[in-house]
Design a protein around this ligand. Structure first.
Ligand code: PRT
Ligand code: ZN
Length: 293
């Protein structure tokens, strides 16, 4: 790896791998695999990717081996609790890989947090689980397992589990139910807090600006509609996440205007129905291809 190029760690294969690569592609990067399959190189930006296990990403970024990384907040926070210095920072939430670290109990049990007192809980996230228990002043043994945590109650290893949940199917299939959320998670972009060369820093900033733009465009839509001037106050209130819409007169329609706005939040059918009820007509919702904030 060349030292004048930026280094970013992403998951080699697994739940975050494809979306991490898609994000970089949307940011305009053309990535070429190398023979060793541990690295990949952007051909149109000074960036090398390190393709690694997700668990290694926080260490690589904290140590400055990589300038940037994409990792689940769950993995990052578990790492941070074991690191005495703060050596990496979150610079963007990426909106994919959403899941939650949850405590689960047998489905037929009447559970309260007090049920955990004096019990055992199995998890792959011992630090996050311990922190939660300590803050809630619950004395409970934490048993660390690397995988198949949901089997712990059936195997008699622990009565409860603290595991990642997305659809909840795995818990259900194992006779468990979620009872408490310890951490809401999604993938995040992290940057090292080690000093990096100023030229590399500028390149990193440019890449982060592009990624911010991609995240903003994913949710954003451009809305155009016509409305009576008297309805403008209601309409601007309904438009989701739009600052300062553009208002233009409509030729030949006294008292009517065209409204154009960038909405930085999702626009649902319900939003369109509300706009129509408020007096808007000819409503167009268009995707935005690129955006630089
Ligand atoms: O090989 P490597 O170490 O890189 O990958 P890994 O096997 O450790 O991780 P991987 O690829 O499974 O997950 C990577 C990241 O995806 C996690 O750290 C989370 O940030 C995120 N993520 C999102 C999930 C899930 N959803 C998820 N559902 N990670 C794991 N799960 C597992 C969970 O542990 C449980 O076994 O899926 C099961 C529950 O799913 P549901 O849908 O049945 O609730
Ligand atoms: Zn892992």
């Amino acid at each position: 790896m060349q030292t004048d190029r930026l280094h970013m760690a992403i998951q080699k294969s697994g739940r975050l791998a494809d979306q991490s690569r898609d994000l970089l592609k949307s940011a305009g990067l053309k990535v070429q695999a190398t023979k060793n399959q541990l690295t990949a190189r952007a051909t149109n930006f000074p960036l090398d990717l390190m393709l690694v296990r997700d668990d290694d990403i926080p260490t690589f970024v904290a140590d400055g081996v990589c300038d940037l990384g994409i990792v689940g907040l769950n993995v990052l926070e578990e790492y941070r609790l074991g690191d005495d210095q703060d050596r990496c920072e979150i610079i963007a939430r990426l909106g994919f890989g959403r899941c939650a670290l949850k405590i689960a109990a047998p489905a037929d049990e009447e559970f309260t947090l007090d049920s955990l007192q004096g019990a055992r809980i199995a998890t792959s996230y011992p630090r996050l689980t311990r922190k939660f228990l300590d803050e809630a002043q619950i004395a409970c043994d934490v048993v660390t397992m690397q995988g198949a945590v949901e089997l712990a109650p059936r195997l008699g290893i622990a009565a409860y589990v603290c595991d990642l949940v997305s659809t909840g199917q795995t818990l259900e299939a194992n006779g468990l139910k979620p009872v408490h959320t310890v951490l809401e998670s999604e993938s995040v972009l992290v940057r090292t807090l080690k000093t990096i060369d100023p030229v590399k820093r500028l390149k990193a900033d440019a890449l982060v600006t592009r990624i911010d733009g991609v995240i903003a465009t994913a949710e954003s839509k451009y809305i155009v509609l016509n409305a009576p001037e008297s309805a403008l106050a209601d309409i601007t209130r309904i438009l989701p996440g739009a600052d300062a819409p553009t208002i233009m007169p409509l030729m030949g329609h006294q008292g009517h205007v065209a409204v154009q706005a960038v909405c930085q939040e999702s626009v649902f059918w319900e939003t369109l129905e509300e706009l129509k009820d408020a007096g808007a007509r000819d409503i167009l919702v268009m995707p935005i291809e690129k955006m630089m904030l």
